[in-house]
Design a protein around this ligand. Structure first.
Ligand code: ZN
Ligand code: ZN
Length: 498
């Protein structure tokens, strides 16, 4: 195991599995190509970056990562920041880098967290402010109503001036915000009571169209007397964990996903959910297609999965239809386990010889020996954060092949007795003795050429994003609170994340 400098935060390299064809992910006419990674690969474009935090969302067809400099990097179909020429799609090869400087924050501020929604992106800065961009048609960004917010804009919530936002949880049309004082705020659609503020305000307008209240700016969810330490959002429901280990649930209750014993939407206020065993994986609702736990017999309260036995859980993650845990093994190693029915693109990372979908939890074999410190599930792909070690160096990179020179980049010679050292990222060869300073030997473990090493340390830090579209203000709808009409979410169809 690699040890870390005590002053340096725990960092790792980004691995990715699943569907990287962002344009056609989730569509029927999906291209069959080589962009489905059935096992985790080192993401080459970020392989030289020291990442401290992964960003993904179970409804988001894009993923991101924050590095030790506090710069955020994204690939996929972004709701903002993507190149408009390419329908907002950012290739796995050319991530978008967003620094705090690019939104006008002073030097020394960093991104420390965020939330990726289906249509909205959130980043939290080191001062505790939250920034949002993307679709804001029902106020789900916590910003004054507008069809679209093209650039990260600070959310001015009703929380105290001294309060810091420490977590954001994104649903499909709403967002939860958690302050360091343990208070939860919510913004967006309250169609199913997912804001937890006592309002569903649902009323039939005509036919099967519904209308509901839009809350903006964010309202405080009804948990004022609790100290909440963690929040989570499904597509239309919300969960909060307090400092005593109690879980509160509210919002859409289809398949009894709130764990409250029935399928009645919980719109009036958050309700304490069933006691679950601490340190274990517990699940409620429908999580597979047939048998116990399917739509016919969902788990109406939070239950453990038999297959996981008494597995101690160190990390959990959920994606579109994927579930992951990490569990400690003897000798300080970690095992990564995944399951999920309906996974199509390899997002469980089991490898080419095992099915892409699994109702039963299984060890992710390609990650054996790899020190996975975090997992983040997206709608169609999965990110893993891995500490450098020998097993990681053996893992394939993606793209697997890149064009590189055959001769040393310094002396342009390929001397038969002189071994060449290849950069982990760009594959360009160098003689150890040609480097400045020269290396006596081929170093063990990961090695990056001077160019990649420098770029990895500074990626995005010097980028300016606002030069071309200076002060491009978004179009605000001049009403702070109003009724918005919209069709029933998802057109009556269940989204894949359900
Ligand atoms: Zn050379
Ligand atoms: Zn290189």
């Amino acid at each position: 195991m690699t040890t870390t400098d005590s002053t340096e935060p725990v960092w790792g390299r980004v691995l990715i599995a699943g569907g990287l064809d962002w344009a056609t992910n989730g569509t029927k006419g999906r291209r069959q190509d080589d962009l489905d990674l059935s096992q985790p690969h080192i993401l080459r474009s970020l392989s030289h970056v020291k990442v401290t935090k992964l960003l993904a969302g179970c409804g988001a067809n894009y993923v991101g990562a924050i590095d030790i400099n506090g710069v955020a990097h994204f690939i996929g179909k972004m709701p903002a920041y993507g190149p408009s020429a390419n329908k907002g799609i950012v290739s796995y090869d050319t991530p978008v880098h967003i620094s705090t400087k690019s939104v006008g924050l002073p030097a020394g501020t960093t991104w420390v967290g965020g939330g990726l929604g289906r249509a909205g992106i959130f980043l939290i800065d080191s001062k505790g402010d939250v920034w949002a961009a993307g679709n804001n048609v029902v106020g789900q960004l916590g910003l004054p109503l507008s069809p679209d917010v093209p650039r990260l804009t600070k959310v001015k919530g009703p929380w105290a001036r001294s309060a810091k936002i420490i977590q954001v949880a994104t649903g499909n049309t709403f967002t939860l915000f958690l302050t360091d004082a343990g208070q939860v705020y919510a913004a967006g659609s309250s169609e199913h009571g997912q804001l937890g503020n006592g309002s569903t305000s649902e009323r039939i307008v005509k036919g099967n169209k519904l209308a509901w209240d839009v809350q903006t700016p964010p309202l405080q969810a009804a948990l004022e007397d609790k100290k909440i330490v963690q929040i989570a959002a499904g597509s239309q429901h919300s969960l909060a964990l307090d400092d005593y280990g109690n879980v509160y649930a509210w919002g859409y209750a289809g398949y009894a996903r709130l764990g409250l014993g029935d399928q009645k939407d919980q719109g009036s206020a958050p309700v304490k959910s069933t006691a679950a065993r601490p340190g274990m994986f517990n699940i409620a609702g429908k999580w597979k297609i047939t048998g116990d736990g399917s739509s016919g017999s969902p788990y109406t309260t939070f239950k453990q999965l038999d297959e996981l036995g008494g597995c101690k859980v160190t990390k959990t993650a959920v994606g579109g239809c994927t579930h992951f845990i990490t569990t400690p093994l003897f000798g300080g190693k970690t095992q990564s386990i995944g399951w999920g029915q309906g996974a199509l693109y390899g997002e469980l990372g089991f490898g080419p010889n095992i099915g892409k979908s699994s109702t039963k939890p299984q060890a992710i074999q390609p990650l054996e020996g790899i020190d996975v410190v975090d997992i983040a599930g997206g709608l169609f792909c999965t990110l893993f954060l891995a500490r450098p070690n020998d097993a990681l160096s053996e893992l394939d990179r993606f793209p697997v092949q890149v064009e590189s020179a055959t001769d040393c980049l310094v002396c342009h010679k390929d001397l038969p007795d002189d071994p060449l050292l290849e950069c982990e990222r760009c594959d360009e060869p160098y003689h150890p003795g040609c480097l400045d300073p020269p290396l006596a030997d081929i170093p063990e473990g990961q090695w990056f050429c001077p160019k990649c090493e420098k770029e990895g340390n500074e990626l995005g830090l010097n980028d300016e994003y606002f030069d071309e579209e200076e002060d491009a203000p978004y179009e605000e709808v001049p009403v702070v609170k109003r009724r918005a009409e919209s069709e029933t979410q998802n057109g009556g169809k269940k989204p894949r994340s359900e």
